[in-house]
Design a protein around this ligand. Structure first.
Ligand code: PEP
Ligand code: MN
Length: 334
């Protein structure tokens, strides 16, 4: 699939005319510091004969269906998460409760997490619950608490967006948006977060192939948002001893196929706090660029995912091990 790299951001009019005349679809973008036109399908782009146009630097033909996500396009991508650069040698730690439950809960846990050196705080304001009778999240009130948490700690805050109608609202309050596992093939939602310029983390759906995850990322990038990372959070297999099966192999596979940073969420596959530490350490050993870990000031009182959330004390111990391992692997924790 072709990506047309332009010499500058101007004067692509002639190329666009030719593509349109050939019946090709195209999108002009400035992403990853490149001015490009993404055009498809292949045969119509070839027919347009734009290779010799003076404004064209090169026409890249990627070998995968996800041209913007693939390493044929760029080798590695990265973006800032607070003081760290996700996708570089930095190891980025995002932690916080499953759900925002109250201002006290968030501020208390956030202070402890900050002391442990995390780079961003997470908290769900809209919760995707299997049962409609379970706690659904505080909604906009939760977003306000997240904004306050950022103001108090100086750390960026992240939350899940479940619906296109909530994207602008969430983007007004928080710094990082994530797409939950149940929504990562909601293509309207992916496009909508792509239209924001906030970093977007896409969780792998538990029945989703790696190629499908990369195509989900493609939807976001095609809207012009180049701050995209994916999160491996476990898939469904026949094994019932853990909540989901963490696909450790997905880490090197994604890093081979795409330039995107890879985060691992060890909490949801573990399902119980005993397994969070080994999964977190395994993820780092396998090359993850970051971790997203659930931590609650009082897990036994949590309104969702109480079995798997670490106490601040447990998290502190885990951070010490993470730091030791990072050092061995030559990863920096800024
Ligand atoms: C969560 O992060 O709290 C969550 C609901 O995760 P997932 O979408 O991966 O199930
Ligand atoms: Mn959760």
């Amino acid at each position: 699939m072709p990506i047309i790299v332009l010499r500058d951001g101007e004067s692509a009019g002639e190329i666009e005319t030719k593509l349109a005349e050939a019946g090709a679809e195209y999108r002009r973008l400035t992403i990853y510091n490149k001015h490009i036109i993404v055009a498809w399908p292949d045969d119509k782009v070839r027919q347009a004969g734009i290779d010799a146009e003076p404004t064209v630097q090169t026409v890249m033909y990627t070998r995968t269906p996800y041209m913007l996500t693939s390493r044929d396009f760029i080798e590695r991508s990265s973006f800032k998460v607070g003081r760290a650069e996700l996708g570089s040698q930095d190891l980025v730690i995002v932690a916080g409760p499953c759900a925002v439950e109250s201002e006290d809960q968030m501020l208390e846990v956030a202070r402890e997490l900050k002391a442990c050196g995390v780079h961003a705080i997470r908290g769900g304001a809209f919760k995707p619950r299997t049962s409609p009778y379970s706690f659904q999240g505080l909604g906009e009130e939760g977003l306000k608490i997240l904004a306050k948490t950022r103001d108090e700690t100086g750390l960026p805050v992240a939350t899940e967006v479940m619906d296109t109608r909530l994207v602008d609202l969430a983007a007004r309050y928080v710094d990082i948006l994530w797409i939950g596992a149940r929504n990562s093939q909601n293509f309207f939602l992916l496009r909508e977060v792509g239209r924001t310029r906030k970093p977007v983390l896409i969780k792998r759906g538990f029945g989703m192939l790696i190629d499908e995850l990369l195509l989900a990322a493609e939807y976001v990038i095609l809207e012009g948002n180049d701050k995209v990372a994916v999160i491996e959070r476990g898939i469904r297999t026949f094994e019932k001893s853990t909540r989901f099966t963490l696909d450790i192999a997905a880490i090197p596979v994604i890093k081979k196929k795409s330039h995107l940073p890879v985060i691992v969420d060890p909490s949801h596959p573990a399902g119980t706090r005993d397994y969070v530490e080994p999964l977190a350490l395994a993820a780092i050993a396998a090359g993850a660029d970051g971790l997203m870990i659930e931590v609650h000031p009082y897990p036994e009182k949590a309104k969702s995912d109480k079995e798997q959330q670490l106490t601040p004390r447990e998290f502190k111990d885990l951070m010490q091990k993470i730091r030791r391992l990072a050092e061995v692997l030559g990863r920096r924790i800024p």
